[in-house]
Design a protein around this ligand. Structure first.
Ligand code: 5GP
Ligand code: ZN
Length: 137
């Protein structure tokens, strides 16, 4: 996709620090890291957000994610990880090309958990939310 920074990285028009690559994905170090080794994993094909991807495409991303985590573990030996996806602008997505973040974590590194992303549960009780699913659950 023209003017997409991640497509430009895939096409080697913009340099990157590659951590892992296969036919479907490219994983590279985030240029503005939130932790040492902060990596983004992207499909080489342009998808605007997760809803544009099939189950099979998600599976390929998940396999790559595991391999990237193993690689980061071997090289950097962090004490833990956070894995996250900012999906769509309301979810914090800035670059409109699907990407999964992986953050290596260390004890007392000053970070929080994924729960620190949001604390706004709304008015409904958990049971009332569950009822909205009807028979679909
Ligand atoms: P988002 O906020 O869309 O989930 O995350 C986009 C990420 O892409 C950000 O963490 C940002 O630092 C990273 N990013 C943006 N432009 C570039 C770039 O040109 N190279 C690299 N390596 N990362 C980038
Ligand atoms: Zn793109």
């Amino acid at each position: 996709m023209e003017n997409c920074i991640f497509c430009k990285i895939v096409n080697k028009e913009v340099p990157n620090y590659t951590v892992y690559e296969d036919d479907f994905v490219l994983a590279f170090l985030d240029i503005f890291p939130h932790s040492k080794g902060h990596t983004v994993i992207i499909p080489k094909k342009h998808f605007v957000d997760l809803s544009a991807m099939t189950e099979e495409e998600w599976q390929k991303m998940a396999v790559a994610l595991k391999r990237v985590e193993e690689k980061l573990q071997t090289v950097l030996q962090p004490a833990g990880f956070n894995i996250g996806i900012n999906d769509q602008p309301a979810g914090g997505q800035v670059v409109p090309h699907v990407h999964w973040h992986i953050f290596p974590r260390w004890e007392k590194d000053g970070g929080g958990s994924v729960h620190s992303i949001i604390k706004n549960p709304g008015e409904l009780k958990v049971e009332e939310v569950w009822k909205l699913f009807g028979k679909s659950s």
